[in-house]
Design a protein around this ligand. Structure first.
Ligand SMILES: Cc1ncc(C[n+]2csc(CCOP(=O)(O)OP(=O)(O)O)c2C)c(N)n1
Length: 575
């Protein structure tokens, strides 16, 4: 191990290709074993070992910045920048980030984990260097799926006509998480002449394609790129999961993996859930409704893994669309389908729906046609990244006219709500659901499912809560003898029903797993004020902040959103 660490710390510019290739093998063995213990982006990282070694042996990071788009392929970069000691702490509170972050190293420039930022960022850095007379190159490394992101396309349109020292390295493995899709995917697939003509036609210098696992060839191209007079695109063909059979054989499953058996790749221990997540239920519901109604189409922008739709996509290939990591396009595409009388069901991972905020306002809600948006992983998103929490969604979506937002408290509410909405679709609807295991609080009645539920009647104090905060709120309400309302519908706020309930109390507590600014609590505050209700209000939720990764239990405890935290806040607010 000491020898290995010494090599990682050495100046790679002095290494021969043979030495780098040997180091690549050692890194591969290290990652396969190490990530089996913690879980992580093993498949994606096995594909970038050689290209990262080549990059660090040609460029001088951080003076010549290396920007890995999305940041999920940065394990070798982390090893080469003095972070081997952090690997044991991956996926634990306060541990190594799954992506890249300046909190860990000066070699990481920004907190990146949403795809499609590296080209614009790289061009901005390169332009600043140009204006300062600094000739140091800036290297943006981007996957083939991230290249097709809308923001990457905008940058691609720009970078070719700027006179900067930006170098683009395309890590082309033919996969997003799912198999690749679209015109670029087709052009890159065994058709170097087409890729060449696309990029050269745009004014780039096209270099490649070469085998991105061949360090010698990759290094040669990177050196050529360094001296290019036009903005170069270095096209590297790589293999997701390279060198480890389970990932190589099933790149989708091992893009990210929970802890696994190194021989079979099968998950072991923590993180294994079977058929009982919200995505599992979504998959079953959508499948049934598509069997019954031929006008339903189902879309997701490269997030099959988070939305539970894999079997639906297999069963109805012609009515299912995954255009790739194209959050903006997907939503407006759904509007086009809705205009033609289809009922689109569009599934997003909450954090990525942020990318389509404008489409949600301008296209979906102005048009106001029936559409069901299923938003998974709302609230805390575990160890993913500070950028991945879905804690802003209630807030930013509540501002949009024509939108109806539901947040079921458990699987029974989800099923009944979904079936009711599909049976009588009226306009754009978002159904939010949390990350993690599914709750089951028993059967619900069909006819009132879209109205608030008064669960307990109390004397002095009433809790108003929603979705995944129901469980903690119920426990706290029981121990205090408080009233409890499960609001179900966040927008429009069911004012008539809520006012009727609240009038019976002197104190109101709102509880949500989202930022307080603009959230459920602020909606209730406005309602109390507008209706001249003289009650005292305590709002429990999250500060307007970027929140660290952690398990949902750890974060709820830390931010006072478990039942103990709720009781403590009440005690100190009304001593
Ligand atoms: C905007 C956005 N959408 C979706 C994701 C989820 N996601 C993370 S990596 C990934 C696939 C990336 O594919 P590619 O860019 O080709 O890189 P590869 O993993 O194949 O190396 C997806 C869909 C994300 N991080 N950001």
């Amino acid at each position: 191990m000491d020898e290995f660490k010494k090599k990682l710390a050495a100046n790679l510019h002095d290494f021969t290709c043979q030495e780098l290739t040997e180091l690549a093998d050692e890194i591969r063995q290290f990652l396969i074993l190490q990530i089996s213990k913690t879980g992580g982006h093993i498949g994606a990282n096995l594909g970038t070992i050689e290209l990262t070694l080549a990059l660090h042996s040609v460029f001088n990071s951080p003076q010549e910045p290396l920007l890995f788009d999305t940041g999920h392929t940065g394990y070798t970069h982390k090893l080469l920048t003095d972070r081997i000691h952090l690997f044991d702490s991956l996926n634990s509170y306060g541990g190594m980030n799954r992506f890249l972050t300046p909190k860990e190293s000066e070699h990481d420039l920004i907190e990146a984990s949403h795809a499609g930022t590296a080209l614009s960022l790289g061009l901005g850095l390169a332009k600043a260097r140009y204006l300062e007379g600094n000739e140091a190159p800036v290297v943006s490394i981007i996957g083939d799926a991230a290249l097709a992101e809308g923001s990457s396309m905008e940058a691609l349109n720009h970078a070719a006509v700027e006179n900067t020292n930006l170098i683009i390295v395309l890590n082309d493995n033919g996969y997003a998480i799912s198999p690749g899709f679209g015109a670029f995917f087709e052009a890159f697939k065994d058709q170097p002449a087409r890729a060449k003509s696309i990029f050269e036609g745009m004014g780039y210098q096209y270099l490649g394609p070469v085998d991105g696992h061949n360090i010698d060839e990759t290094r040669k191209l990177l050196k050529l790129a360094k001296n290019s007079s036009k903005t170069p695109i270095v096209h590297l063909k790589t293999i997701k999961g390279k060198g480890w059979y389970p990932a190589n054989n099933n790149p989708y499953r091992h893009h990210y993996s929970p802890p696994y058996d190194t021989t079979t790749g099968d998950p072991v221990g923590i993180g294994v859930q079977k058929n009982n997540t919200y995505p599992d239920i979504v998959g079953r519901l959508v499948q049934k409704t598509m069997e019954e109604n031929e006008r339903i189409v189902c879309l997701t922008p490269s997030t099959l893994y988070a939305t539970g739709l894999s079997s639906v996509f297999e069963k109805f290939p012609s009515r299912c669309i995954d255009p790739g990591m194209q959050e903006q396009h997907t939503l407006t595409l759904a509007v086009g389908l809705a205009l033609s009388g289809m009922l689109p069901i569009v599934a997003y991972q909450s954090t990525f729906l942020q990318r389509a905020f404008h489409q949600l306002i301008h296209d979906v809600c102005f048009t106001n046609l029936p559409m069901i948006i299923l938003s998974t992983r709302s609230g805390f998103s575990g160890y993913d990244n500070p950028t991945h929490h879905g804690i802003y969604d209630i807030s930013y979506m509540r501002a949009i006219p024509n939108l109806t937002i539901y947040y079921p408290k458990d699987k029974n509410e989800l099923e009944t709500m979904f079936n009711n909405i599909v049976a009588d679709p009226r306009g754009p609807v978002v159904i939010m659901m949390p990350y993690g295991s599914v709750e089951d609080f028993g059967a619900v009645s069909d006819e009132n499912i879209l109205k608030p539920e008064e669960v307990f009647v109390g004397t002095d104090i009433v809790f108003i809560t929603v979705g995944n905060k129901f469980k903690a709120a119920k426990e706290a309400a029981l121990s205090l003898g408080a009233g409890l309302v499960n609001i179900r519908q966040l927008k429009p706020l069911p004012e008539v029903e809520l006012v009727e309930v609240v009038q019976k109390y002197k104190k109101v507590v709102t509880i949500e797993e989202g930022i307080l600014d603009g959230g459920l609590g602020s909606a209730v505050a406005a309602m109390l004020f507008d209706n001249k209700l003289k009650v005292s209000l305590l709002r429990l939720g999250l500060p307007s902040a970027f929140i660290e990764p952690g398990s949902n239990e750890e974060l709820c405890k830390l931010y006072g959103l478990d039942s103990n935290g709720i009781l403590e806040s009440i005690e100190s607010f009304w001593p």
